[in-house]
Structures are given as C-alpha cells and as structure tokens.
Ligand binder design. Structure first.
Ligand code: GUN
Ligand code: ZN
Length: 461
C-alpha cells in the first residue's frame, strides 16, 4: 500500500475532518517506469497491478493506493466509496500530439501530407480567428477527449491567438492539465494563416505571460514545421525558447518524403531536417517532435544526446501514407518517444485504438509492442513526454487524480473474450486483459473519466 501521511500517523479527529476524501474500488494498474518488453511474470518495480484495489482521493489529489483489504478498514466512515469492482482503473490517458482546430479535418482523404494540408487542414484552420467558432470547436474537442479517456494533451492551435486562448479557457473551466500553443508560420501557407516573425514572437510572449502556469495550463512554443517558417521566424523562435527554457517546443519533423525534400531545398546548407531546428536552438530536452519517421543515425544520436522526444503517430502515419515509425530503432538509440493520435491527420481520438495501430505498425516490422508497454505509453509515457510526470501519469500519492475507468464488459465481444478463464482467480492474465483492451477497445471501453477526482464524462456516444 502507498499512502500519503498514513492515517495511522494521524489523530482520529484529523481523519474525520477529511471531508474531501473519496475512495474508488476496482482493479488498479499504474506504472513506475517503462516496462519495454518485460513480461508479466518478470513483474517488478516497473508497474503495480492490484486485482481488488482501492484508490483514495483527497482534494483532487491521490492520497493512497493499495489493496482494498488494507485500505477499506482505515477509511473514515464518512468517506464515500465508489464501487468500480469488475472494472479496471488506470491513470488518465495523455495524448502528446494533437491539433484541436483539425476537429473537422478528420477523415479527409488527401493524397499525402502536403496535399492534405493544402486541401483540408489550412482551409479549416482559417476560421479560428473567430472566437465564437474557436470556443465551440474547443468545447466539442475537449468533450471528445474526455469521452475517450484523455485527460491531458499537447495541443496545436492555429496561427491565431484566439485559437489557443479559446482552447485554454475551456480547458481551464474543465480543470484539465493541458499544454498548447499558437502556431508560428509566416510562409508557404495561405496569407490569412501567416503571421510575421515579429508578430509571432510578440503574440507568443503575450500568451506565455497570460496563460503559462495558470491553474493546470502550460504554454508550448509551436512552430508548425520548417517549411512554413522563414529563417527569421526560426531565429526568433529560438530566441523565444532561450528566453523561456522551461517551455515545451512542439513541432513536426521528418514525416514524409516530399516534405523532407522540400526542407532540403529550403535549407541546403543544413545536414538534415533535425539540423535545421538544431541550428536555431530548437533541439533540447524540451523539444517534442511529432513523427520522426525518417531520421538517420546521426539524427538519432542527436535526439538522444539532446534528450528531445519523438512522437509516434500511427493512425496519422498510416492514413496519410507517411511511413512506419521504428520503435526498435528508437530503443536502440535510446531516443525517448511517446505515442499520439495526431488528430486530424490521425483518425481516432482514442488512444486504445491508436495503440492498436501502433502494435500493427510494429508487427509489420517484425517487432512486438507488449500490451503492458502500450498502457505505459498511454499513461506515464505520455506524461513523461510532456515533462508532466511529477504531476500526473501514475497513482503516486500527491499527484493529481486524473484517471479512467475501463469496462471489461464494454461490448459483447470484449465481455466474451475477457470471460474466458485462464488463471486461477477467474480472469485471463493481466497481459491478455490488456491486449484485449488495446485490440478491441475504443470509446465504449471508457466507462468514466475522472479529472481531479471528479467524474467528467457526460456523453457516452
Ligand atoms: N506537418 C505540418 N503540419 C502538419 C499537420 O497539421 N499535420 C501533420 N500530420 N503533419 C504536419
Ligand atoms: Zn501533427
């Protein structure tokens, strides 16, 4: 059992005063580290699975986690116990790369990335200078995240300040931990979507001042990609990063052949696409690079030495025909990586479905993504990609109580699959259960999403 300020150290009246305490009973799974390809039987310090567990929340934070048999008897009689027995409780999902203004771009069939950007993404993004529109989209988008169990994300806005302001305002109202930024782009896109190096810099500074660190919100410096920023803009973006060294730098990298060729033409003096960002001071521990499909050995080495994080976006990479991210290569290079939806290039808000596609992308390359690692990547792995793991990602006491309740009976097929007894206690092994969730699960598997200990899911379909 892990408990913050164990009740045994407190006087009876202190315990009774804890009116904001609530307990959740069910199976509990959370991670302390990346299990990579460790199997269930090598179980260890990397994760904790409690078949009949109890999670105690106090004032929106994790207070204790452990076996129900140990915890229930210690709870004050006034503490409500929410019964999720039969369900699986895991930390809230974290999506480390998604575009909120592309809600309505989803499922639009381009021939490849650049065609898709020009034909669908850019026209959709043009509407976000309008606050009413931006707010309405943010409302739907955040509801959709919650419906899918995602409680935190790293979010692209559009070039307009109003886009990310509207997003932050809705996220703040929902008490969510979110990271996002206004896009910087001053060329190779429609005029109405262009800022200037100076206006992009000034708008970002103003937004950082206004939003970074407000409640659970954080700002990310967000150049779209090397193609849509001039040298002047990249230089000023580097200055912004230098002046705000704790902010995430969020952009795209090495996603598609045509894109990479265009970068080569635009920056002929640079060794590689990553090198362009490097020359402008945009490659460091705070960098989060979406895609990273085509990195050569020198790039992988540089990613490792800088501590930058790559983001694997399987549904988007398959949908746009971009290519296959190589997890084995990432592991060998010790390049940190996360897995994200990349909506609207990605085709699902749901991280279970996203990890199912990640599994298949691995399989095509003769690799195996274990279901334990898939669950790590959706939770603590995502939190680590955003440097939020001291706030969220697992159930260590003191962390913020964002969690998801997964139903083992979400669909007849899942119920059937999970009722096939393989182990002595009546359930399939943990690995088999998790594999079923990843392969067959979707928004229907998300029974409830809790944000800071409060139920947040209001729509089921
Ligand atoms: N590269 C630059 N912009 C984008 C975008 O909006 N989506 C994807 N998938 N790649 C990009
Ligand atoms: Zn993207």
């Amino acid at each position: 059992m892990t408990i913050a300020g164990s009740p045994s150290e407190q006087s009876g009246s202190e315990v009774l005063k804890k009116t904001n305490q609530r307990a959740f009973r069910g199976s509990i799974l959370h991670f302390f580290n990346d299990p990579q390809n460790k199997t269930e039987t090598e179980n260890s310090h990397l994760w904790e699975y409690i078949e009949d567990g109890c999670l105690v929340i106090e004032n929106g934070l994790i207070h204790a986690v452990g076996h129900a048999a140990d915890i229930m008897g210690q709870l004050p009689t006034t503490c409500p116990v929410i019964d999720h027995r039969g369900d699986l409780i895991v930390p809230g999902f974290v999506d480390p790369h998604i575009h909120f203004p592309q809600l309505d771009t989803i499922a639009s069939p381009g021939t490849d990335l650049i065609d898709w950007l020009n034909r669908y993404a850019f026209p959709t993004e043009a509407a976000f200078q309008d606050k009413t529109h931006a707010t309405a989209v943010a409302e739907f988008f955040i509801e959709e995240l919650i419906r899918n169990g995602t409680t935190s994300a790293l979010v692209f806005g559009t070039v307009h300040r109003t886009s990310i302001e509207s997003f932050f305002a809705v996220a703040q109202r929902k008490k969510m931990r979110m990271v996002g930024g206004k896009v910087l782009m001053d060329r190779h896109c429609p005029r109405e979507l262009q800022d200037t190096p100076e206006s992009g810099y000034a708008d970002s500074q103003a937004l950082i001042h206004e939003w970074h660190g407000r409640d659970r919100l954080q700002y990310a410096i967000t150049p779209r990609f090397a193609i849509t920023s001039s040298d002047e803009q990249l230089a000023l973006t580097g200055k912004l990063a230098q002046e705000n060294p704790r902010l995430i730098i969020h952009t795209h990298l090495a996603e598609n052949h045509e894109e990479i060729n265009w970068v080569r033409q635009l920056f002929p003096r640079h060794r590689s696409y990553l090198d362009v960002y490097d020359q402008y001071g945009l490659v460091n521990q705070q960098s989060v690079f979406a895609h990273c499909i085509y990195l050569d050995d020198a790039d992988l080495k540089r990613m490792q030495s800088s501590g930058a994080t790559a983001i694997f976006c399987p549904t988007s990479n398959l949908f746009l025909g971009s290519g296959l991210f190589d997890i084995k290569k990432a592991d060998e290079a010790q390049m940190p990586f996360g897995v994200a939806t990349d909506v609207g290039g990605g085709t699902s808000f749901n991280l279970l479905r996203t990890l199912s596609e990640a599994y298949k992308v691995n399989k095509l390359q003769g690799q195996f993504l274990s279901p334990l690692r898939a669950f790590y990547l959706m939770t603590l792995g995502g939190a680590r990609a955003l440097h939020l793991d001291s706030n969220i990602g697992n159930f260590m006491p003191g962390k913020e109580a964002d969690f998801v309740v997964l139903s083992r009976t979400a669909t007849p097929l899942m119920e059937r699959k999970l009722s096939q007894n393989r182990s002595k206690d009546g359930l399939p092994t943990l690995t088999e259960q998790l594999f079923t969730f990843v392969m067959l699960g979707d928004d229907r598997a998300i029974k409830q999403t809790y944000i800071m200990g409060e139920a947040a899911k209001v729509r089921s379909a």
